[in-house]
Design a protein around this ligand. Structure first.
Ligand SMILES: Cc1cc2nc3c(=O)[nH]c(=O)nc-3n(C[C@H](O)[C@H](O)[C@H](O)COP(=O)(O)O)c2cc1C
Length: 439
C-alpha cells in the first residue's frame, strides 16, 4: 500500500528544525512527545489526514457537440455531467469521482484521522487523488505547502458560501471589452433587440390615484453636482491631472480624516464614506498614468500618512497595457489618468464578523460607497470618473502580489480629464456634460 511513512531519522530532523525556528524548550518537549506518541513498534509514523475546511460540490452539466448524437436524431449537443469541487483555498475547480466524494464525506474537517484507519473503509486510490488535489490535507512533510495554504484560509474566518463565491467569481485574462465589440452588442437598443424587454424600472404597488404626490424639489448645489456625474468613457491623455487635485481626491475619498486611539496598538479611523463596523477594510492601489509629478506605475495609498507607496514603476506604454489587461480590455476606461483598484483586506472585517453570512455583502457595499464618493468628488473638480466590476482580479493579484483570500480587488474605478469630443458613448440624456447634437 502506498502509504507515506516518516522515519526516526526524519523525526530527529524535526528537532533540529525546531531549534532553527527558535521554539521554547517546552514547545520542543511537546513536539518530541508528539513524535514519540506516533512512533509505532516498527519505528514508523503514520500520516494523519483531515478534510479541507470548505468545499462546495456542484453537479455541473456541459454540452459537447457530437455528430453521432445528431445523426441519431438528437440535438447534436450531448450533455455530460461532472461533480465539481469548489474549494476556495485552491486555484482551480477539481473534477471528482463518486468514490472521492464518498471519501470526503467520511473525513472530519476538524479531527485528524490516521491514514491506515481511513484506508480500511475507503478507496486508497481516491484518498491519494484527493491528497494530490489538496482536498484532503495531511501532516506529511511533502504536503506542508498545501497544509499551510489551507490553514491560512482557515484562519481567515470566511463564511463558506462567500468564500466560494469570491474565489470562483474572479476573472483571469478575460477580454470582455473585445467580446462586446465583436458581438456588436454595444448600446441598450442592441441589448433589447437581443434579449427582449427588461423588467420595468417602475414597480407599482398601488393604483395611480392612490399615490401620494411628493413635492418637486428646489435643486441645491449638491443636486447640480450629482446631475453632472456621468460615467466617463472619454479621457484626454494630452493633459495631466494636477498633483493638487489628485492629492485632494485621495485624501477625501480614502484618507483617514481622524484617528481615535483605542489602545496603544489599535485605533478607529474616521473616513468620509460609511463602512460596516467602522472597520474600513478597503484600501486603494493606484495605477498612475497621467498625473503631474507622479511616474507611471503601481502604487499603494497609505491612508494614515496620506502618501503613495510605490509598488512597481513602469514606462507609460506598459502601464497602459496593464490597464487594458486588468480592465478586461475595456479600452474606453483604460486611458483614465489615475486608475483606482478597490482592494479590501477581508480579514480586517472577518476579525469582527467571523464566518458571517452577511459580511462579504457588507464589504462589497463599502466599495460602492467609496466609488460614489470618488465619482462625486471627481465631478466637483471637473473630472470624469468611472467604476466597473468587469475586471481581471487574478491579473491584479499577480501584478500586486496579493493573496486572494486575504486581499483582492472587488472593483476598479478611475478618473481624469474628459476629451472635448464624445467619441465613446456616455449616458447623458439631460446634456449635463455633453451639449445636445444639432440635427
Ligand atoms: C457596479 C458597477 C459596474 C459597472 N460596470 C461597468 C462596465 O463593466 N462597463 C461600463 O462601461 N460601465 C460600467 N458601469 C457603468 C454603468 O454602465 C453606468 O453607471 C450606467 O450606464 C449609468 O450611467 P451613468 O453612470 O452615466 O449614470 C458600472 C457601474 C457600476 C455601478
Amino acid at each position: 500500500m502506498n502509504v507515506r511513512f516518516v522515519s526516526r531519522a526524519e523525526s530527529s530532523n524535526f528537532c533540529a528544525m525546531a531549534a532553527d525556528v527558535d521554539l521554547t524548550q517546552t514547545q520542543v518537549a511537546r513536539a518530541r512527545a508528539f513524535w514519540h506518541d506516533h512512533i509505532t513498534a516498527d519505528a514508523r509514523i503514520y500520516v494523519r489526514i483531515r478534510r479541507c475546511q470548505t468545499i462546495l460540490i456542484e453537479p455541473r452539466e456541459r454540452f459537447n457537440f457530437d455528430v453521432e448524437f445528431l445523426l441519431e436524431g438528437g440535438s447534436g449537443l450531448r450533455p455530460e455531467r461532472d461533480w465539481i469541487a469548489l474549494a476556495p483555498h485552491l486555484d482551480q475547480p477539481v473534477v471528482l469521482t463518486i468514490d472521492q466524494i464518498s471519501v470526503l464525506g467520511n473525513v472530519s474537517t476538524q479531527d485528524w484521522t490516521e491514514f491506515d484507519e481511513l484506508a480500511k473503509q475507503s478507496d486508497v486510490a481516491a484518498i491519494h487523488a484527493l491528497l494530490d488535489a489538496g482536498l484532503l490535507i495531511s501532516d506529511a512533510p511533502q504536503h506542508a505547502a498545501m497544509r499551510e495554504r489551507e490553514q491560512s484560509f482557515r484562519d481567515g474566518h470566511w463564511h463558506p458560501l462567500a468564500a466560494v463565491m469570491h474565489a470562483f467569481g474572479r476573472w483571469d485574462g478575460v477580454t470582455s471589452g473585445e467580446q462586446v465589440r465583436n458581438v456588436g452588442i454595444v448600446s441598450f437598443n442592441d441589448l433589447v433587440h437581443e434579449l427582449g424587454d427588461p423588467p420595468s424600472h417602475f414597480h407599482p404597488r398601488a393604483a395611480k390615484e392612490q399615490r401620494l404626490p411628493l413635492m418637486t424639489p428646489e435643486p441645491t448645489s449638491l443636486d447640480v453636482l450629482l446631475k453632472r456625474r456621468t460615467t466617463c468613457r472619454n479621457y484626454d491623455i494630452s493633459r495631466q491631472v494636477p498633483f493638487a487635485i489628485f492629492s485632494h481626491l485621495l485624501h477625501r475619498v480614502f484618507g483617514a480624516q481622524a484617528v481615535h486611539t483605542v489602545t496603544n496598538d489599535v485605533a478607529i479611523v474616521k473616513k468620509t464614506s460609511p463602512s460596516a463596523g467602522g472597520l474600513h477594510p478597503t484600501g486603494a492601489y493606484l495605477l498612475i498614468q497621467h498625473v503631474e509629478h507622479i511616474e507611471p506605475g503601481l502604487y499603494h495609498y497609505h491612508a494614515g500618512d496620506h502618501a503613495l507607496e510605490p509598488v512597481r514603476l513602469m514606462p507609460s506604454d506598459e502601464a497602459h497595457e496593464l490597464a487594458l489587461k486588468i480592465l478586461a480590455h475595456q479600452d474606453w476606461f483604460a486611458n483614465a489618468h489615475a486608475i483606482v483598484i478597490y482592494t479590501p483586506h477581508f480579514l480586517r472585517s472577518f476579525w469582527k464578523y467571523r464566518n458571517h453570512a452577511k459580511v462579504y455583502r457588507a464589504v462589497t457595499l463599502d466599495v460602492g460607497h467609496l466609488s460614489q464618493t470618488l465619482q462625486i468628488s471627481a465631478t466637483e473638480f471637473g473630472l470624469g470618473a468611472f467604476v466597473t466590476a468587469a475586471i481581471n482580479e487574478v491579473d491584479v493579484e499577480q501584478a500586486l502580489d496579493l493573496e486572494p483570500m486575504r486581499e483582492s480587488p472587488l472593483a476598479i474605478g478611475g478618473f481624469g480629464w474628459r476629451t472635448r469630443e464624445c467619441a465613446r458613448m456616455e449616458f447623458d440624456p439631460q446634456h449635463a456634460v455633453w451639449p445636445a447634437k444639432k440635427s
